[in-house]
Design a protein around this ligand. Structure first.
Ligand code: GLU
Length: 281
């Protein structure tokens, strides 16, 4: 039986949705519709310090206002911890992770500031700081909170590649273009990379549609999916919407928040019409 196209919207409730989210979500909805598939909604609410319930309510309202249909139930990452913890145990059993005391600042300083590369991706973790394989301490039992960061050991020198539905063939070399990355944080939360890979596999996502800022994360998630024995989805990274000064939109750009546009009297139809008429970037 052919698999049903399954896409997803995965906003983080750390602020208001803006025009950039609207365009990515509209593209995701259009692609699911064109394939006669379904679109799921995932609430990426793992960042306890920044996520707020009022932003969950606002994003649901904004998505409904735009007229984008998704198939319930909405999944919230904060309610799926046992799944992530089981994935962590699997990575541990495969000897692919290790505990790490280095802070983000240590890594930034080792890489030399400012970080080059023109994106806001993290610097490569120095391989010299990686402990020898085989010396990995046990994970605490699942009922015990994890109080130290754990990193994934990337296969140095391996070429990781995928065919992006929008951007074409993409490739990166593990250990050179990106290094060992966090899978679990010392505040006892999974990293975005781990939670996202686990959920995309568990939700049966066949195509991930998201912003081009996450292309580099895709290489990491492909390695995690493989390590977890899961089939990788297809990927379609949408070009980012920029403001009049050419800066990428962020949640702090309240001027282009959907609800600001709504208060100004813009209709969802006019916003979508604008996306439809934009030349393909
Ligand atoms: N929640 C992530 C974000 O808002 C997106 C995750 C994804 O699409 O993989 O940046």
């Amino acid at each position: 039986m052919p698999t049903t196209y399954t896409g997803r919207l995965a906003p983080s409730p750390t602020g208001l949705l803006h025009l950039g989210h609207a365009r990515t979500f509209w593209i995701a909805a259009e692609r699911a519709r064109a394939e006669g598939g379904v679109l799921r909604l995932r609430n990426d609410d793992l960042d306890r310090a920044r996520c707020r319930p009022e932003f969950v309510a606002a994003m649901l309202e904004d998505i409904a206002w735009l007229g984008l249909a998704w198939t319930p139930p909405m999944l919230s990452q904060s309610e799926r911890m046992p799944l992530y913890r089981a994935a962590l145990a699997r990575l541990h059993a495969a000897n692919l992770i290790y505990p790490c005391h280095r802070s983000r600042r240590d890594v930034a300083e080792a890489a030399g500031a400012p970080h080059e590369g023109g994106d806001d991706d993290e610097p490569v973790f120095p391989p010299a700081w990686r402990p020898p394989a085989g010396a990995t301490p046990p994970l605490p039992t699942p009922d015990v909170p994890i109080a130290i960061n754990w990193r994934f050991r990337v296969p140095d020198g391996e070429l990781v590649s995928f065919a992006d539905g929008h951007a074409g063939p993409r490739q990166a070399v593990a250990g050179r273009d990106f290094g060992d990355f966090l899978v679990w944080r010392k505040d006892n939360t999974p990293s975005y990379q781990l939670a996202c890979a686990v959920d995309d596999a568990d939700m049966g996502i066949t195509e991930v549609v998201r912003g081009a800022d996450l292309i580099k994360s895709t290489f990491r998630q492909l390695l995690l999916l493989r390590a977890l024995g899961a089939t990788a989805p297809a990927f379609y990274h949408c070009p980012l919407v920029t403001d009049a000064a050419g800066r990428r939109l962020a949640k702090r750009h309240d001027a282009l928040a959907l609800r600001t546009l709504r208060t100004q009297g813009l209709s969802p139809a006019s916003i979508i019409e604008r996306f439809r008429n934009e030349p393909a970037p």
